[in-house]
Write a protein that binds this ligand. Structure first.
Ligand code: MG
Ligand code: MG
Length: 267
């Protein structure tokens, strides 16, 4: 969507704040022995307690065979995105990494955010994969300046993984958001600078680098939703919803514990 009124902007910012708080709560619950279903139930409860709606529950993305059956996506280890938490619940084990992806609709406006967290202690490569993916998200955000192009975001994302030894998953990417779960433009996680649609004031975008520790190829599972890496290597996923504005992108889904990051013109 394009935010055109102060009321829309306020609702977007408040929805993003709420989503950040909830995702952080869910991330804190992640521990060995916790079921993916429990995380989903808590996500739905926390969203509804605030008077909002889970955006993913019952939503059918274009080209998908059925409605998504949960509020939260929980993707463990080689699951890349869209892991279903409540049909065949999994119990988290120490050493796993788990991606939580959540959408919340506040006053009709959809916000979308994700993060990957360790379950107990994990190995060094897993921490490095998570760090690299989180850093790629910050690079993508920094590229989302008013007047830049979608390809600038894609390029910044792709470039962030150069030299890390990890593979950016090019088959998946970000998207417009706000008026619905998935809107135009599609934002590839790899691309050429200076190409694609120009970023306009008020554009609401979900930026979401996804990377694997092995090869980039992904396969879609029999449940119609869960993407896994083809080579079985682990994947990480970080996502924020941003508002393109003069003075720099405003990240609306920052979590309370995330370091305070400043807009470019405030540095
Ligand atoms: Mg998401
Ligand atoms: Mg998204």
């Amino acid at each position: 969507m394009i935010v055109r009124t102060p009321e829309q902007r306020a609702a977007l910012v408040e929805g993003g704040r709420r989503l950040g708080v909830i995702l952080e709560e869910l991330a804190k619950m992640v521990a060995p022995g916790v079921s993916t279903e429990t995380l989903d139930e808590m996500a739905e409860r926390l969203i509804r307690e605030g008077g909002d709606e889970p955006s993913f529950l019952g939503y059918t993305p274009e080209g998908f065979p059925r409605a998504y059956p949960a509020s939260l996506c929980v993707s463990v280890n080689d699951e890349v995105v869209h892991g279903i938490p409540n049909e065949r619940p999994r119990t988290l084990k120490a050493g796993d990494i788990v991606s939580l992806d959540l959408g919340l609709t506040h006053e009709g406006i959809v916000v979308d955010s994700a993060l990957t967290v360790p379950v107990g202690k994990v190995d060094k490569t897993a921490y490095a994969l998570m760090d690299a993916t989180r850093e790629a998200l910050e690079a993508a955000i920094a590229a989302a300046q008013l007047g830049a192009r979608v390809g600038d975001i894609s390029h910044a994302t792709e470039r962030a993984f150069v030299g890390t030894g990890f593979s950016v998953v090019k088959a998946l990417g970000g998207h417009g958001v706000g008026g619905g779960v998935h809107e135009e433009p599609y934002i590839s996680n790899a691309g050429k600078p200076g190409t694609g649609p120009v970023l306009e004031a008020g554009m609401v975008l979900a930026l979401e680098p996804i990377a694997s520790e092995g090869k980039a190829a992904v396969v879609l599972g029999n449940d119609g939703y869960t993407y896994r890496t083809k080579d079985g290597s682990r994947a990480a996923h970080f996502e924020h919803t941003i508002l393109v504005e003069e003075g720099g992108p405003l990240v609306v889904t920052r979590r309370p514990s995330e370091p305070q990051l400043f807009r470019k013109n405030e540095l």
